[in-house]
Design a protein around this ligand. Structure first.
Ligand code: 5GP
Ligand code: ZN
Length: 116
């Protein structure tokens, strides 16, 4: 699969052609605020590389590790020591709507379990 996909929204955010409230970007990963936040903190952490979902990123272990590590540091920066959730929806039935791998980092309120 090519590194970027032409008509992918998150590839456009990586490229900067679609604006986003970016909180971090580096060689492999970008983190930005979700446009429709589901908690006081709701940040999406994505690899620059276009793959369909987070599991598919396992083919690139260094990039996968960078996504998870950035998720943890976003939570720390946001002061979410008391608890936060990292979620990756895979597939339409799970509620995935953007088919570029992303990790949701949610926090700042009590989370329910099981998720809806
Ligand atoms: P999914 O439902 O695929 O797990 O998550 C996709 C997320 O992307 C949703 O939470 C949605 O609110 C967010 N999103 C969709 N379009 C945009 C956008 O243009 N900008 C930003 N920042 N987030 C978006
Ligand atoms: Zn993409």
């Amino acid at each position: 699969m090519p590194y970027t996909s032409e008509d992918c929204l998150f590839c456009k955010i990586v490229a900067g052609t679609v604006p986003a409230d970016v909180v971090h970007r580096d060689e492999h990963v970008v983190a930005f605020r979700d446009i429709n936040p589901q908690a006081p903190t709701h940040v999406l952490v994505i690899p620059r590389r276009h793959v369909e979902n987070l599991g598919a990123l396992a083919e690139y272990p260094e990039e996968l590790a960078d996504v998870v590590a950035l998720g943890a540091s976003v939570a720390e920066e946001a002061g979410l020591e008391a608890g936060f959730r990292m979620v990756a929806n895979a597939g339409e039935l799970a509620g995935q709507t953007v088919f570029h791998a992303h990790l949701h980092v949610l926090g700042g309120r009590r989370m329910a379990w099981p998720p809806g």
